[in-house]
Design a protein around this ligand. Sequence first.
Ligand code: 9MR
Length: 378
Amino acid sequence: MKPNWQGPVLTRRQQLAGIAGGLAMGALPRMAWAAEDGASLRDLAAAKGIVFGTAINAGRGSPINDPGYGAIVARECGVLVPENEMKVYVLGDDPARLNFGPADRIAGFARDNAMKLRGHTLLWNYGKYISPALADMVTKTGAEKWLRSYITAVTGHFGDRIYSWDVVNETIDPKTGQVRGTVFDQALGFDVFKIAYETAREHAPHAQRVYNDYMSWEVGNETHRAGVLRLLERFRKENVPVDALGIQSHLGNDGSHSGVQHAAWKRFLDDVTAMGYRLLITEFDINDREMPRDIAQRDAQVAAVAKSYLDMMLSYPQLDQLLCWGLWDKHSWLNGFAPRADGLPQRPLPYDEALRPKPMRAAIADALRAAPVRKGIA
Ligand code: 9MR
């Protein structure tokens, strides 16, 4: 295992207090702390040909502005993805005048800390996230023209910095298994996918092209999984240049982690990989809404779900990237989007409110230690 030391050793207290030894934020050292189990998730993953990382944001709760969190992200991660800053509602509707400021701050933080960068997402083909102003702009410009110029501008801006793009995100309606029906696919039909992936290939030929979605292993996802499989089959049939399936992995505890559920999920993954797609976990977290109040019990359940899921996922040699949707409970999207009925904060991520590592972190580390070596993208 390569040493992860690149800077001064700070005490835990210094890190948490955010003193960071007088170091300027931005270029954070990857610290070897006299810690728990020694090895960073980044190094445990890299030893297996896997790149480990997280989503971060550029605003509130960003590791860029918070030295305590910054030190953890810099130590644990080999890859970052912006949680929102590369979405059209941040970049803007006019391809000629895009606001790259927040995304560039994240790209700079990744570069300063020698991390890779993923892109999320060029086309979120989901009506809920297409504003009326964007829909107007697309209609006025023409869907094909708008899409081509937008994807050209965004991929061109980041160039080689981004090694993997979520080109299309969440286009399948989980209730029907069909393409959702947006201003884009209503105008272009299936060509919307050809245009998106071909334009990405043309302007970012080096980058992996991913289809990203949230179909999951839980009971109730059958229609969603079937719809995604049909889409992936059609991509192959019509030569749409898609390399990998991004499996978001926003898990919860529906109390049914049964053999049947495992078998159905495995069949899905087997079907996907049989078509030649690679796999990646893009947005891992575990919603604890249905878990007990008691923190020790809850953390143990979250860790158990994480271990069982990751053991299965990492048994696929096609899977070479594992990204959490944040590392810090305090800033998880789930607190806003899926609050617990008892009003307690969610604990869906590897680090708790006080930035202490949780059993979920240990579960991820154990799963990485147990994973077979693969020839990964890293
Ligand atoms: O975590 C993100 C949250 O901060 C945003 O408000 C929301 C809408 O843009 O998107 C969340 O991230 C989503 C991701 O982009 C796609 N998969 C589902 C994620 C959680 O909703």
